[in-house]
Design a protein around this ligand. Structure first.
Ligand SMILES: Cc1cc2nc3c(=O)[nH]c(=O)nc-3n(C[C@H](O)[C@H](O)[C@H](O)COP(=O)(O)OP(=O)(O)OC[C@H]3O[C@@H](n4cnc5c(N)ncnc54)[C@H](O)[C@@H]3O)c2cc1C
Length: 486
């Protein structure tokens, strides 16, 4: 098998059965036809057993925070995949649940006829629970493949509490994994036996969504999904849009990234986080594109120092970008994978909990409820603009996202309340929400991955402080406020 063993996680100890009708790939987080270890593994199994390959991509209509916004993005991806898989010998089966619980039983029904089931490993949101449950219900082998990042999740056995410690670990551990890349197009040039259609009882009870319905998105009347959060106008999900975005960033944004990425008005960051979150784009593919841009080779890797710059042996801007894409992104995956409490207040470092506790009774200059935050009713025009951007565009520029969180800490009754408000607003509105990095960012506001700072301040204690006035001094916010004023 060409997929590294370290990335394959058996979920139920079940056997592969040669009497099955097909190999099933249940695509749950790496929602793409390219640079995808799970798809590559499923293709290899199918070739080995000379069986057809069925790819099931599904979405439930009632998971926590499910909304038209998320459905639209995922369904755009399904439309792209329909086109991509039509050119291969695999059978692609996109399923969008129309009414709550209608999708129940589909996986088991498909698995009953399968030789074995391959799925994606994703260490956050409800997916670990969902996969754990499926392990008990699927009789044949159920194996999850980790395509999450350059470093396989299993390669680290401890949780890292600072980006510096994780970076040092990466410098020592990552090089051999950089020699292993998933195939760009695991199905191209591969001929598998074709399965014309699935058994009629499956197709009747759980009909695949059609290309026409996908084009309409969740707004078509048959899907019972919350209409409270509307799709983002002008933003398309899916592999095609992800490719376009990546190419445009490499051509026009990356050169300015090191110097200008903190400027909210300039918009030079990649905008790739929603595509990475939904698996429409792979970090391996982004890394390969950087390697090509930089004419890079392994011999350029420097000494393992843990320093942010200089290890990769790439241009300044590429190194700055890789520090976000690899160090910061993957330290969050490490936390979510190894710490069951990654989304709980209890998982904050002790020093942070202690200092927040010592300032629990401090008077708050303003107090807002979740509803007031959500209705953009604070006294602060910069905070309101950030919240408005989140609601309208499903994102906030990273620098202002930090400020957004710090102010919620300052204006709520307790740090636990602040955490709950941040999680709710971020995960409800952000296209990249519900990700391990949602929790990295939100918990960073409360001290995760950070150190104690002085002087000690009311409410924050030793937690790093940010203010709108300071932010306005450091970066140009006038244009931003004008653009996003509610
Ligand atoms: C309060 C708060 C909430 C956040 N919530 C999320 C979230 O829900 N989902 C999410 O992906 N990120 C979150 N972040 C991290 C960061 O804001 C976003 O990853 C980044 O702004 C995405 O924009 P981009 O793709 O243009 O980033 P770029 O600057 O182009 O970076 C490229 C990629 O690197 C990763 N990355 C960049 N910055 C960070 C960071 N600080 N931490 C971890 N990974 C990073 C992302 O995958 C990003 O797409 C949050 C940060 C804060 C302070």
């Amino acid at each position: 098998m060409s997929v590294p063993k370290i990335r394959i996680h058996g979920l139920n100890g079940g056997e592969w059965r040669s009497e099955g009708d097909y190999v099933l790939y249940w695509m749950v987080s790496s929602r793409r036809s390219r640079w995808n270890y799970a798809l590559q593994y499923a293709v290899e199994r199918a070739r080995e057993m000379a069986k057809p390959l069925v790819v099931l991509e599904a979405i439930r209509c009632d998971h926590r925070w499910s909304s038209e916004r998320i459905h639209r993005f995922v369904m755009d991806g399904m439309a792209d995949q329909g086109v991509a898989f039509a050119q291969t010998s695999a059978l692609y089966y996109p399923y969008v649940e129309r009414q709550k619980d209608e999708g129940k039983g589909l996986l088991e029904a498909m698995a009953q006829r399968a030789c074995g089931v391959v799925t994606d490993l994703f260490p956050g949101f409800f997916l670990p629970r969902m996969l754990g449950g499926a392990g008990g219900r699927v009789q044949v082998a159920l194996e999850a493949v980790d395509s999450n990042g350059l470093l396989p999740l299993r390669a680290a056995e401890t949780v890292f509490s600072t980006a510096y410690a994780f970076r040092r670990f990466l410098h020592k551990t990552l090089p051999p994994f950089l020699l292993e890349m998933p195939e760009a197009s695991p199905l191209s040039g591969v001929t598998l036996p074709r399965l014309g259609r699935l058994p009629v009882e499956i197709v009747r009870r759980w009909p695949a969504i059609t290309a026409e319905e996908l084009a309409q998105g969740a707004s078509f009347s048959g899907i019972a999904v919350s209409r409270a959060v509307r799709p983002v106008v002008g933003v398309r999900g899916g592999e095609e849009a992800a490719q376009k975005r990546m190419r445009s960033f490499l051509a026009h944004g990356l050169g300015r990234y090191a110097e200008e990425r903190n400027e909210p008005a300039l918009d030079v960051t990649s905008g790739l986080s929603p595509y990475l979150h939904f698996g429409h784009l792979s970090t391996h593919e982004v890394f390969a594109a950087l390697v090509e841009r930089e004419g890079w080779e392994m011999a350029r890797l420097g000494k393992a120092t843990g320093q942010r710059e200089g290890w990769w042996g790439m241009s300044k801007e590429a190194e700055a970008f890789l520090d976000e894409l690899v160090t910061w992104r993957e330290v969050g995956f490490n936390m979510a994978y190894l710490n069951d409490q990654y989304d709980q207040y209890a998982s904050l470092p002790d020093w942070a909990k202690q200092t927040l506790d010592e300032h629990r009774q401090d008077p708050r200059p303003y107090l807002y409820s979740l509803a007031e935050f959500e209705q953009v009713k604070t006294h602060d025009p910069l905070w309101n603009a950030a919240q408005h951007q989140l609601m309208r565009e499903g994102k906030i520029h990273n620098y202002l996202r930090m400020l957004w969180g710090k102010k919620i800490l300052e204006w709520t009754r307790s740090p636990e309340d602040a955490l709950a408000v941040m999680i709710e607003l971020n995960n409800k509105y952000a296209l990249d929400g519900r990700d391990p990095n949602s929790y990295s960012g939100i918990f960073w506001v409360l001290g995760r991955y950070d150190r104690a700072w002085g002087p000690e301040r009311p409410i924050f204690g030793k937690i790093r402080y940010m203010s709108s006035d300071n932010t306005a001094r450091k970066v140009d916010v006038k244009e931003y406020i004008a653009r996003y004023a509610p």
